[in-house]
Write a protein that binds this ligand. Structure first.
Ligand SMILES: C[S@@+](CC[C@H](N)C(=O)[O-])C[C@H]1O[C@@H](n2cnc3c(N)ncnc32)[C@H](O)[C@@H]1O
Length: 169
């Protein structure tokens, strides 16, 4: 398995070491634990940084953080706005463990759940879905995630990343 593939694995076998990440995003200062075998270990990902820079935090409602990694997007949303409730989803069990631990450390665990895709109630609806999507799943899967047919606007492009906003038509 290559270093790049690690974050994709549901049950990574590499030794698990936590590594703190500090980030100032959406007006909040966060200290989170990342970890080996989880996307963006020890750092805020460049694409996620662009996402934060080019958008405003959700202010209320039920937010889905799709592909949460160690949890930075959904946790930033929960910390930035007490009226936000977050469901975070990832295929990587370690990512979910870190996201839950981070939620507890930030004092938002009562408004934050982190689950495997198959644990999510498929009838649940969300006010907003936020994602730095897993591009390695391929174009078709990405298009499915973006719900083809919904109006998609490019909010910004920076450093090779595109920030897309998709709204129900
Ligand atoms: C680009 S990373 C973003 C992680 C985190 N949101 C961040 O900004 O640092 C994409 C994440 O999607 C997860 N992922 C991959 N396939 C997935 C799937 N089918 N369903 C949910 N999450 C998935 C990966 O494990 C990874 O943590």
């Amino acid at each position: 398995m290559t270093e790049d593939e690690h974050y994709f694995t549901a049950d990574p076998t590499v030794a698990f070491r936590r590594e703190p990440v500090t980030a100032s995003v959406w007006g909040v200062d966060l200290t989170l634990d990342s970890g080996s075998g989880v996307f963006a270990r020890g750092r805020l990902d460049g694409g996620t940084a662009v996402l934060f820079r080019e958008t405003e935090a959700p202010s209320r409602g039920h937010v889905l953080d799709l592909g949460c990694g160690y949890g930075v997007i959904g946790l930033a949303a929960a910390v930035a706005a007490p009226a936000v409730r977050v469901t975070a989803v990832d295929v990587n069990e370690r990512a979910l463990l870190l996201a839950r631990e981070n939620a507890a450390a930030l004092g938002v665990a009562d408004r934050y759940r982190a689950e495997l895709p198959e644990q999510v109630d498929p009838t649940t609806t969300y006010d907003e879905i936020w994602s730095n999507p897993p591009i390695r799943v391929g174009k078709q899967a990405l298009h499915d995630l973006l719900q083809q047919g919904w109006p998609t606007t490019r909010l910004a492009s920076a450093k090779g990343f595109r920030i897309l906003e998709t709204r129900r038509g």
